[in-house]
Design a protein around this ligand. Structure first.
Ligand code: PGA
Length: 257
């Protein structure tokens, strides 16, 4: 089953969330849909088809950590997943691989599934260090046991409108899979992200070991998020029916110019 994570970052209120849930309820798809929401919107999801994800977790258990949201608190909201080490956490909050690993372990301890984000910077990409960096990040951030998801997101592709090439994605996802396999973790889903939209998602859907996507900007509104589901439906397993209500988004995957 393919996975699609909509990462709302620091956006959205309760009305936006309800609107999105109602739109998603009208879709008929085999894709596992996960909404990664701000803490304020985690509670109150009664829809069993749509899973909720937090965007961060405290490294610490409950206790004297003012402002921190613990794993137990996230679990209590009904959320099932938590993003770990997203590029924006690394850039804006100086999160290291060590912190990411601690947080992933904390998530697993509390019955949550961590989605562990790894990705190279633009200068690392330009100096052809991507494989070395990703291998190190993967080994340093992922726990030795427990269920988790890995998300490969080149940091220079997040929110920029620039996506990685198909060849790069294929190479890196294969490498991630091979490394996980040596650790007996080959069942771990591997997601891809960075400026994914309905126009470019087809390029990546059928790449081996691309088990789904993390989508930021294009996940904020049903008019741009649902067409991604539609494209994924068309390119993967046979959906029972097509998604409806797509808004005005151009639904054709375009060839790169
Ligand atoms: P983007 O964000 O799709 O806006 O590039 C991706 C992400 O937040 O992971």
């Amino acid at each position: 089953m393919k996975i699609l994570v909509g990462n709302w970052k620091s956006n959205g209120n309760m009305a936006d969330k309800n609107k999105m849930i109602r739109a998603l309820e009208r879709t008929n798809t085999d894709i596992k849909i996960i909404l990664s929401l701000p803490y304020t919107l985690l509670s109150g999801n009664n829809n069993k088809k749509i899973a909720i994800c937090a965007q961060d977790i405290s490294e610490h258990p409950n206790g004297p950590f003012t402002g921190d949201i613990s794993g137990q608190m996230i679990k209590d909201t009904g959320a099932k997943y938590v993003l770990i080490g997203h590029s924006e956490r690394r850039t804006n909050h100086q999160e290291t691989d060590k912190i990411a690993k601690n947080k992933a372990i904390m998530a697993i301890k509390n019955g949550l599934i961590p989605i562990i984000c790894i990705g190279e910077t633009l200068s690392e990409y330009k100096s052809k260090k991507t494989k070395t960096i990703i291998k190190k990040m993967l080994l340093d951030c992922t726990p030795d046991s427990g269920k988790f998801i890995v998300a490969y997101e080149p940091r220079w592709a997040i929110g920029t409108g620039i996506t990685a090439t198909k060849t790069d994605v294929q190479t890196i996802h294969q490498m991630i899979f091979d490394i996980l396999k040596t650790k007996g973790q080959e069942k771990t889903p591997i997601l891809f992200g960075g400026s994914i939209t309905a126009k470019n998602v087809c390029e990546f859907i059928n790449i081996p070991h691309v088990d789904g996507f993390i989508v930021g900007g294009a996940s904020l509104k049903p008019a741009t998020f649902l067409p991604i589901i539609d494209q994924m439906n068309k390119k993967t397993s046979k959906p029972k029916t097509k998604v409806t209500n797509h808004g005005k988004q151009n639904r054709k995957c375009k060839k790169r110019s």
